[in-house]
Write a protein that binds this ligand. Structure first.
Ligand SMILES: *Cc1c(COP(=O)(O)O)cnc(C)c1O
Length: 383
C-alpha cells in the first residue's frame, strides 16, 4: 500500500526542457522569460497587466502599497485563510480586521464585510478560498461607493471562474501563488495582476528595489543609463528559471482543471448522500478549480473530523484539517478579535481530501472507502 498525499504537482519533461534552455542561455535571473510569463498569464486571466513576484505573499504586500494602505489603517481580511492573507497588512503597518465567512463557500460576503467596516478601513482582501470563487460583485457594490479598494487574494484561484470569466479579472488588483500546494507551480512564485497601468508600473519598480531602469534593460545596453531610486523598494523578483516552468505550467492549466473537476465530481457522487458529510460545491456564480476538496463533517457522521483524519492516516492517506483560522494562532490571539462563529465551525469540522492531477481512480476509491469505514468503525464501537 503506497501513501496517498493530499497534493502533488504535475511536472514533466516539458518543464525539464524549458529549464535546460534557460540554463544554457546563461540568463537565469529576472529577464525575458519573466516578461513572457507575465504576458501569457495576463492574457489567460483576462487581466490588463501582470507583474511577477517571488511569491503571493510579496504580491499581496505590493498590492497593499500601491492601493495606498498605510500605518494605522485597517484592512478587512478573512481569518479563514492561510496566514499570509492576515500578515500582509501588517507589513505596511496596518491592522488586519477579521471578518467572518459564509458557511457554504468559506468566503467573505457583503454582509460579513459590512459588519467589519469602520472609518479606518482602507482596503478589503477577499480570498477565493480553496479555489471557490468569492462573490466579488456584491462586495464591490458595498466597497466601491465608499472608495475602499478590494484586493483579490487569488492564490488558490487559477482556473476558477466568476460569472463566466477567470477569477481576478473583475478585481482592480489580484495576487496569485505558484507554490506547489496550488494548481500551477514554479517551486515558489507569485503574480500581481491589475487593471490599472499606474499600479502595475509602480509594483514593477517596487519589486525591483524601485530602480528606474530595470536590471533587464540595464544589461541589454552597452552604455547603461544611470538609475534612480525614487522610493524604498524591495527585492521581490521572480527568476527566469521559475518563469520558464510557469509558462509550461500555464499551458497545462486547462487539462489540470478538466481532470480535477472530474475527480471532484467522483468524490461528490460518492460522498454527498452520506449522512453527516457535506462536500464543497460550485457556488451559483462560478466554478471552482477544487484547489482544496473539502468536506464538512457533521454530527450525523459516525465520527468527528479528527476521527475521520485518524482513519485516513491508518490507511496511509494524508488528508488535512480544513483551512486554518488566523485569529486562533498565537500571532493574532492576543488581539481583540470579533467573534467568528462560522470560521471557528469550519476550521474545526472540515477535512481536505487528496486531489491532484494524476491521482488514480483506484487510489481515490481507497480514500472514499477509508473515509466511509471511519464512520462505520465508530458506530460499531459505540453500539
Ligand atoms: C498559499 C496562499 C498564500 C501564500 O502564497 P505564497 O505564494 O506561499 O506566498 C496566500 N493566500 C492564500 C489564500 C493562500 O492559499
Amino acid at each position: 500500500m503506497t501513501r496517498i498525499n493530499v497534493m502533488k504537482p504535475w511536472l514533466g519533461a516539458a518543464e525539464v526542457q524549458a529549464l535546460t534552455e534557460v540554463i544554457e542561455s546563461g540568463w537565469v535571473a529576472q529577464g525575458p522569460r519573466v516578461a513572457r510569463f507575465e504576458a501569457v498569464f495576463a492574457e489567460a486571466m483576462q487581466a490588463g497587466h501582470a507583474v511577477a513576484t517571488s511569491n503571493c505573499t510579496t504580491a499581496l504586500h505590493l498590492a497593499l502599497v500601491v492601493v495606498g494602505v498605510e500605518r494605522g489603517d485597517e484592512v478587512i481580511v478573512p481569518s479563514f485563510s492561510f496566514i499570509a492573507t492576515a500578515n500582509a497588512p501588517t507589513y505596511v503597518g496596518a491592522r488586519p480586521v477579521f471578518a467572518d465567512v459564509d458557511r457554504t463557500t468559506g468566503n467573505l460576503t457583503a454582509a460579513t464585510v459590512a459588519a467589519a467596516i469602520t472609518s479606518r478601513t482602507r482596503a478589503v482582501i477577499v480570498v477565493d478560498q480553496g479555489g471557490v470563487p468569492v462573490d466579488l460583485d456584491s462586495i464591490r457594490s458595498l466597497c466601491d461607493p465608499l472608495h475602499i479598494p478590494v484586493i483579490e487574494d487569488a492564490a488558490c484561484g487559477a482556473g476558477s471562474t466568476y460569472r463566466g470569466r477567470p477569477v481576478g479579472a473583475g478585481a482592480d488588483i489580484a495576487a496569485w501563488s505558484f507554490h506547489p500546494r496550488k494548481l500551477l507551480t514554479t517551486g515558489e512564485g507569485g503574480m500581481l495582476t491589475t487593471s490599472r497601468a499606474d499600479w502595475a508600473a509602480r509594483a514593477r519598480r517596487l519589486r525591483e528595489h524601485s530602480m528606474s531602469v530595470s536590471a533587464n534593460d540595464r544589461q541589454a545596453s552597452v552604455l547603461a543609463p544611470p538609475e534612480v531610486y525614487g522610493e524604498i523598494g524591495f527585492n521581490y523578483r521572480m527568476t527566469d528559471l521559475q518563469a520558464a516552468i510557469g509558462i509550461v505550467q500555464l499551458g497545462r492549466l486547462a487539462s489540470i482543471i478538466e481532470r480535477r473537476r472530474a475527480l471532484a465530481l467522483r468524490y461528490t457522487r460518492a460522498l454527498s448522500e452520506v449522512p453527516g458529510l457535506r462536500p464543497v460545491t460550485d457556488p451559483e456564480w462560478g466554478t471552482s478549480n477544487f484547489q482544496s476538496y473539502w468536506v464538512e463533517v457533521g454530527p450525523e457522521f459516525g465520527t468527528d473530523r479528527d476521527g475521520a483524519m485518524k482513519a485516513l492516516a491508518r490507511a496511509d492517506i494524508s488528508a488535512r484539517r480544513g483551512i486554518m483560522a488566523a485569529h486562533r494562532q498565537p500571532a493574532y490571539r492576543k488581539d481583540a478579535n470579533p467573534p467568528l462563529p462560522v470560521t471557528d465551525h469550519l476550521t474545526d469540522h472540515t477535512l481536505i481530501l487528496p486531489l491532484y492531477h494524476d491521482l488514480a481512480e483506484s487510489d481515490q476509491d481507497r480514500v472514499i472507502a477509508a473515509l466511509l469505514s471511519a464512520a462505520e468503525l465508530q458506530t460499531e464501537g459505540a453500539a
